[in-house]
Design a protein around this ligand. Structure first.
Ligand code: CMP
Length: 139
């Protein structure tokens, strides 16, 4: 399997509860490595742009308001099958449907406050990693 880069975001509800270390540990336990990591405060404009594909959805305003509530931690993950491993480690978008042991099953309160975001395809990973990291920041 090819080595890939993919993006994880630890959302405001995860950072506010000091879960950064626990979440990064779960990715590392799957053999993924942190190629880049930073804590940032998203602007409304950046959050709207990042989630642009959801602009027409009823929850868009709520999603953007949540993502700018407090800082997030953006992580470029690297490794074999990184895109699928990231998604498997997160669990289903709706925590009520997430498998035992996944980040969302363990920590998420609702589909809106679901603790982590992960790129869902090769194309999305390229766009989303590039949204937050320059190539020179991936080491
Ligand atoms: P994420 O993987 O970050 O991608 C888009 C996000 O929209 C998703 O996680 C959820 O947090 C959010 N989302 C999806 N459906 C709903 C919903 N019905 N209500 C509120 N937020 C939602």
């Amino acid at each position: 399997m090819a080595k890939e880069y993919t993006l994880s975001i630890i959302k405001p509800d995860g950072v506010e509860r000091n879960l950064v270390g626990k979440i990064v540990s779960q990715f590392e336990a799957q053999g993924l490595t942190v190629a880049g990591i930073k804590k940032i405060q998203l602007s409304k404009k950046a959050a709207e742009s990042f989630y642009g594909e959801h602009r027409e959805r009823g929850f868009f305003g709520e999603l953007v308001d949540f993502m700018v509530r407090s800082p997030v931690v953006v992580i470029a993950l690297h490794g074999e099958g990184a895109i699928q491993k990231n998604r498997d480690t997160m669990g289903a978008t709706n925590p009520a449907q997430a498998a035992e042991g996944t980040i969302r099953k363990l920590y998420s309160k609702s589909i809106g406050e679901n603790t982590v975001h992960g790129s869902d395809s090769v194309q999305a990973s390229a766009r989303e990693v590039g949204f937050f990291f320059a190539a020179s920041e991936l080491v």
